[in-house]
Design a protein. Structure first.
Length: 144
């Protein structure tokens, strides 16, 4: 069962907790990392074969509109979803092993400030991922 806080928020915003929404929320809560809609659909389908991918997509979009989930774009172009109750954060994704690290958006504030000053543009520093190579993979890489 999804956390009571999520259930209460959904109902307070005039939405029912359908079985499909319940299992999708549970799947997001149980996810170890940020997860794709396809992965959510696969996991939901394993437990409830009657729930199709279009239901998962529509539900994720509804949950995002209601501020319960959010998405991030990783380097591979695939959208990843996670609960919005988590603190806003940036993602570091290793191109070699795929490991994900999270860091506070506040660390990127100097860059955001420079973007605002130079371009008059307000960046969403948590909406994308920074791709690179993690420390473990860097240690394994041969020195050229």
């Amino acid at each position: 069962m999804p956390s009571q806080q999520l259930v209460n928020l959904l109902r307070a915003r005039g939405h029912r907790l359908t079985p499909q929404r319940r299992i999708i929320l549970e799947t997001l809560e149980r996810a170890r990392h940020h997860t794709t809609a396809e992965d959510v659909a696969r996991r939901v389908g394993e437990r409830f074969p009657g729930v199709d991918a279009s239901t998962v997509y529509r539900t994720l979009e509804l949950l995002e509109r209601e501020g319960l989930v959010t998405h991030t774009h990783f380097d591979d172009g695939v959208t990843r979803w996670h609960l919005a109750s988590e603190q806003r954060h940036q993602h570091l994704v290793c191109r070699s092993c795929g490991d994900e690290l999270e860091l506070e958006v506040a660390l990127l504030e100097p860059a955001a400030r420079k973007i605002r000053e130079r371009f008059g543009f307000e960046p969403d520093m948590a909406h994308f991922a920074i791709a690179g190579t993690c420390a473990a993979c860097r240690r394994k890489a041969p020195i050229l």
